[in-house]
Design a binder for this molecule. Structure first.
Ligand code: PEP
Length: 239
């Protein structure tokens, strides 16, 4: 899977980039391809992307199905307008909105209840890596953030690699994905082998192939490079 996280970028005119992607993948995408634009662009993008090789997802949702939560959006509404997946627990939401592991887990459960695919993000800060705590941090986040249902995708995104152009050593990505895979199997049994583990953090056309070749890297969560069709398509081709 290659998933694009547009974050707070994009305007209605950005549909032109999406259309470029759709046209390029018309003959069939080589893997699952997802674009997660800001909320107001989801419905028009679903219309544009219908029957194409690109699914549309969201970047967040509320834990509740409905109710008095001003400014929030439910997974049920996202499902109703045609979204297929929801990113939960992105480090920018954990940092900007103080989202805890237990809230991320509740959101993942809400996504599953709406019959959508949760993409659950985890990752250490630079200070945690420097202190030798990267793996313990990620495993603790998984422990607190994962729902009981194995119908999930996990994205490992070192916080210090997001939007910085810095990428971990390939051996460090391999070690972390191996540890995450073992945690998935310990938690879900055999089903844990089939859970897709995405790497995210400064994936670009120039490094995607090397990253995707690592064992237990089953695709990528792409920020900046998902905004331009040419870059995103090159990453999809690498996958
Ligand atoms: C992200 O925000 O999920 C991300 C990986 O961003 P970037 O690719 O820009 O580092």
């Amino acid at each position: 899977m290659v998933a694009g996280n547009w974050k707070m970028n994009g305007l209605p005119s950005s549909a032109a980039e999406l259309r470029k992607m759709i046209e390029a993948l018309e003959g069939g995408a080589p893997c699952d391809v997802l674009i997660c634009p800001p909320f107001p662009l989801i419905a028009p993008f679903v219309r544009d992307g219908a029957d194409s090789g690109i699914e549309i997802g969201a970047q967040d949702c509320h834990r509740a199905e409905s109710g008095a939560h001003t400014g929030d959006v439910s997974a049920a509404l996202l499902a109703a307008i045609g979204a297929r997946a929801v990113i939960v627990g992105h480090s920018e939401r954990r940092a900007d909105h103080g989202e805890s592991d237990s809230l991320v887990r509740a959101k993942a459960e809400a996504v599953l209840a709406a019959k959508l695919l949760p993409i659950i993000c985890v990752g250490e800060t630079e200070a945690q890596r420097d202190a030798g705590e990267a793996e313990a941090t990620v495993l603790a986040q998984l422990d607190g953030s994962l729902p009981d249902d194995a119908q999930i995708v996990v994205a490992y995104e070192p916080v210090w690699a997001i939007g910085t152009g810095r990428v971990p050593q390939m051996a460090d990505i391999a070690a972390m994905h191996g540890a995450i895979r073992r945690a998935m199997v310990a938690r879900y049994g055999e089903a844990g082998q089939g859970i897709r583990l995405l790497y995210g953090g400064s994936v670009k056309p120039g490094n995607a192939k090397e990253i995707f070749a690592i064992e237990d890297v089953d695709g990528g969560l792409i920020g900046g490079a998902s905004l331009k069709a040419d870059d995103f398509l090159a990453i999809v081709a690498a996958a």
